[in-house]
Design a protein around this ligand. Structure first.
Ligand SMILES: Nc1ncnc2c1ncn2[C@@H]1O[C@H](COP(=O)(O)OP(=O)(O)OP(=O)(O)O)[C@@H](O)[C@H]1O
Ligand SMILES: O=C(O)[C@H](O)COP(=O)(O)O
Length: 401
C-alpha cells in the first residue's frame, strides 16, 4: 500500500500533485468534478496548518487546451472556500520565492507543470528524480503528496520523480480512486458481479474481458464496441457506412479476438437485442437486431428492449462496474441505453463504480445524483488501466518504501 495524509507529520511544507486537467472552451477553463474532489484534499491540508504548494497540468504543448493554470486557481479557491495564490512559474526564482513566503494554512498553485521541459517525456522515476525541476522544488518542501490518480498512468516528473527524493503520501482522491477502481480485481463479492461495457474502443472491452473474465459474471455490451461483437455473432452490423470511421479498422485488428471471446465466454456476454437510429423525421427509431437484414444507417444507441433485458440483471447484482457508454448519450435521443443502466444502478443498493472520462459525464448531464453511486471515477486512461490490470507508474512510485 502507500502512506496517506494520516501519516503526515504536522506543520509541513507539502508539495501536492493534483489533476486539474479540464475542458477549455474559447480559452475558458470549464469547472468540473476534478476541482470539487481535489478541494477536499487541499482543504484538509490547509486546515491542518500545512503550507500547501500545488502542481497540476493542463493540456499538452501544441494543443489548444495547453493554457496557464491562472483560471484553475480561482476555480479551485471557490471550491475550497479559501484563497489559492498563483505564480506563473514552475520552479524558477519566482516560484521559489512564493513557496518560501507561504504562511501556515496558505495555498499556492504553481504554473502548468507541462510548461517545464523536464516534466513530459515518459522516463524512469530515477531519471525524473534527477531533473533540475524535481531537485530544485524538493529543496523547498518537506513532503510530497500525490492526489492525481487520474494522471498516474504517466511516468512524468511531477508524478514519479518526487517520491524518490521526498517522504511521499497519497492524497484523499488518490486513496479513494485507487481503492474503488482496484476493487473489482481485489475484492470478493458474495453475489453477482456485472460489468457494463461500451464506448468506442473495442480493445478496451477486450482487455477488460481478458483481465476480469473470471471475476465478472455478466458483461452487458453496447456502444461501438458492442456493435462489433454483434457483427462477430453473425449480424449484419458493425461496419462503416460512407463517411464513417468507427468499425472497419477495429474489425480488421480485433476480429479473431472478439470471435474467440464469444466462443469462450458466450454465456457471460450479453449483446443488444435492438438498436436505435435517427429516423426520417429526426426522431429516435428502434429496430430489433434480428430484423436487420442489411445495415443502411448508423446505430447510435441500444434499444429499449435491450435496456429491459439489462435492467433486472443490474438490479440482481451485488456489484456493478461501468466502462464506456452504451450510446451517443450526448444527444438526448440516444441517451436511453446509458441513462437506463445508470438509473438501474442508482436505484439499487449494489456496490458500484462508474468510470471513463466521457461516460461519467452522463450522470450530471441527466440530473442523476452522484451520491446514489458507490464511486464515480474522475479518471479516464488510469481507470481502464486499473480494470485491465496494467500498472500505474504514479501509484507504484508511491508504494515503494
Ligand atoms: N453507437 C455509438 N455511436 C457513436 N458514439 C457512441 C456510440 N456509443 C457510444 N458512443 C460514444 O462513446 C463515448 C464514450 O466512449 P469511450 O470509449 O471514449 O469511453 P469512456 O471510457 O467514457 O471515455 P475515455 O476513454 O475517454 O475515458 C461517448 O462519448 C459516446 O458518445
Ligand atoms: O485528463 C486526463 O485524463 C489526465 O490528466 C491525463 O492527461 P493526458 O492524457 O494529457 O496525459
Amino acid at each position: 500500500m502507500f502512506k496517506t495524509l494520516d501519516d503526515l507529520d504536522p506543520e509541513q511544507r507539502v508539495l501536492v500533485r493534483l489533476d486539474l486537467n479540464s475542458p477549455v472552451e474559447d480559452g475558458e477553463v470549464q469547472d468540473n468534478r476534478r476541482f470539487d474532489r481535489h478541494a477536499e484534499t487541499v482543504r484538509e491540508l490547509a486546515e491542518a496548518g500545512h503550507r500547501v504548494v500545488l502542481m497540476a497540468h493542463q493540456g499538452r504543448p501544441g494543443d489548444d487546451d495547453f493554457v496557464s493554470l491562472e483560471q484553475h486557481a480561482d476555480i479551485l479557491a471557490s471550491h475550497i472556500g479559501r484563497d489559492v495564490g498563483f505564480v506563473a512559474d514552475t520552479y524558477g526564482d519566482e516560484a521559489i520565492a512564493a513557496i518560501d513566503a507561504l504562511e501556515a494554512g496558505e495555498v499556492l498553485l504553481l504554473e502548468n507543470t507541462r510548461m517545464c521541459d523536464e516534466e513530459l517525456p515518459e522516463e524512469d522515476p530515477e531519471v525524473k528524480a534527477d531533473t533540475e525541476f524535481v531537485r530544485t522544488l524538493a529543496e523547498h518542501v518537506d513532503a510530497y503528496v500525490n492526489d492525481a490518480y487520474s494522471a498516474a498512468h504517466r511516468s512524468h516528473a511531477s508524478l514519479v520523480g518526487f517520491p524518490l527524493v521526498l517522504p511521499a503520501y497519497a492524497g484523499r482522491v488518490m486513496q479513494t480512486e485507487y481503492e474503488a477502481n482496484s476493487s473489482i480485481a481485489t475484492r470478493e463479492f458474495d453475489g453477482q458481479v456485472t460489468m457494463v461495457v461500451g464506448g468506442t474502443k473495442a480493445t478496451d472491452v477486450i482487455d477488460v474481458m481478458n483481465n476480469l473474465g473470471d471475476k465478472v459474471d455478466q458483461f452487458l455490451l453496447g456502444g461501438i464496441a458492442g456493435e462489433l461483437f454483434l457483427r462477430a455473432a453473425g449480424n449484419d452490423v458493425g461496419f462503416d457506412l460512407e463517411g464513417m470511421d468507427f468499425f472497419d479498422d477495429q474489425w480488421e485488428a480485433n476480429r479473431e479476438t472478439i470471435e474467440s471471446l464469444l466462443d469462450e465466454r458466450g454465456d457471460q456476454i450479453k449483446l443488444a437485442v435492438d438498436l436505435a437510429y435517427e429516423d426520417e423525421t429526426d426522431d429516435r427509431g428502434e429496430i430489433a437486431v434480428a430484423n436487420i437484414t442489411e445495415k443502411d444507417r448508423a446505430y447510435l444507441d441500444v434499444g429499449s428492449m435491450t435496456v429491459d433485458e439489462y435492467d433486472p440483471i443490474i438490479r440482481d447484482s451485488e456489484a456493478v462496474f461501468v466502462k464506456g457508454a452504451l450510446g451517443l448519450f450526448e444527444d438526448e435521443r440516444f441517451a436511453v441505453g446509458t441513462t437506463g443502466v445508470l438509473r438501474a444502478i442508482a436505484e439499487t443498493d449494489c456496490f458500484s463504480v462508474v468510470g471513463g472520462g466521457d461516460t461519467s459525464r452522463a450522470i450530471e448531464m441527466y440530473g442523476m445524483d452522484e451520491g446514489d453511486f458507490g464511486h464515480v471515477s474522475i479518471a479516464g486512461g488510469a481507470y481502464i488501466r486499473a480494470l485491465t490490470g496494467a500498472p500505474l507508474a504514479g501509484v507504484e512510485a508511491l508504494q515503494q518504501d
